[in-house]
Design a protein around this ligand. Structure first.
Ligand SMILES: NC(=O)c1ccc[n+]([C@@H]2O[C@H](COP(=O)([O-])OP(=O)(O)OC[C@H]3O[C@@H](n4cnc5c(N)ncnc54)[C@H](O)[C@@H]3O)[C@@H](O)[C@H]2O)c1
Length: 254
């Protein structure tokens, strides 16, 4: 990944942080955009390379995104690659799901992806192309009760990914997504309590409950995410655009 200049939104935590470390290890320059400054700075300190940087950015704000990209390009050179991993998720019965939760989820998961893709593509068109990777979800393909808003946002990410991919396919910009099942990150440390309520389980039983329903009987590893992401943002996948990789251990095949 030498020569790549990559922005990872939501890179302070979970899959974004795992990708940041893995991409720097492979020679890329990586800028993490996240609201969580403490975790973002700790990550960059742990990576301990001049090729990793943290920017405190609210990815629902286009001006803030564009200003941070100016700084990244001044520090690392022209942007080549963008990963949208910032996300939020709550599990609630439909009738208890508030308008505020709708706005937050749509803003972070869908609108921010739209804004970031716009900013990234404006830059990429000037430099001859690039790659965008959107972290979607199995919930971008498969309905889930108590996750109506989250599913709606991730189904939206799928439509956005495919439409942008089509529009820029002949301009050397590839846009793909990953649809993971369950990755045990901070997101699920919180969600397992909510899911336990839904199924009347002990929170500590939730992950084993899921494993029982996955044909491979294991959750997604961060390494699985890294492998798929490296594939999608390098020339290994040069003929793929508008596609999604289902990282689901056989649970879903469409
Ligand atoms: N964990 C899973 O099981 C799972 C499965 C499928 C898809 N996903 C998706 O993958 C992505 C990463 O998930 P994760 O589990 O690593 O999540 P995570 O909660 O560990 O990390 C998400 C990050 O997004 C950041 N963020 C939230 N709002 C932001 C904003 N407005 N501006 C900037 N940063 C913001 C948070 O600070 C956090 O660091 C998300 O889009 C999530 O929906 C997660």
């Amino acid at each position: 990944m030498d020569g790549k200049v990559i922005v990872i939104t939501g890179g302070s935590s979970g899959m974004g942080a795992a990708m940041a470390k893995a991409f720097v290890d492979r020679g890329a320059k990586v800028a993490v955009f996240d609201l969580n400054e403490e975790k973002g700075r700790a990550l960059v300190a742990e990576i301990n390379q001049p090729t990793a940087a943290f920017y405190k950015v609210d990815v629902t704000n286009k001006q803030a995104i564009a200003a941070a990209v100016d700084e990244v390009e001044a520090q690392f050179g022209p942007l080549t690659t963008w990963v949208n991993s910032a996300g939020v998720s709550e599990m609630k019965p439909f009738l208890e799901s508030s308008e505020e939760l709708w706005d937050l989820t749509m803003d972070v998961n869908l609108k921010a992806t739209f804004l970031c893709c716009q900013v990234a593509i404006e830059r990429m068109l000037k430099t001859g192309g690039g790659e965008i990777l959107n972290m979607s979800s199995l919930s971008g393909k498969k309905a889930s009760s108590w996750q109506t808003i989250y599913c709606a946002s991730k189904f939206g990410v799928q439509g956005l990914t495919q439409s942008i991919a089509k529009e820029f396919a002949d301009q050397n910009i590839r846009v793909n997504s990953i649809c993971p099942g369950i990755v045990y990150t901070e997101m699920w440390e919180k969600l397992k309590h909510q899911y336990a309520k839904k199924r009347n389980l002990d929170p500590e039983e939730v992950m084993d409950y899921f494993k029982g329903n996955i044909p491979m009987h294991r959750l997604v590893d961060l390494q699985d995410v890294i492998n798929a992401a490296v594939f999608l943002v390098t020339d290994q996948s040069s003929y793929l655009t508008g596609q999604s990789i289902n990282l689901v251990g056989g649970e879903w095949m469409d």
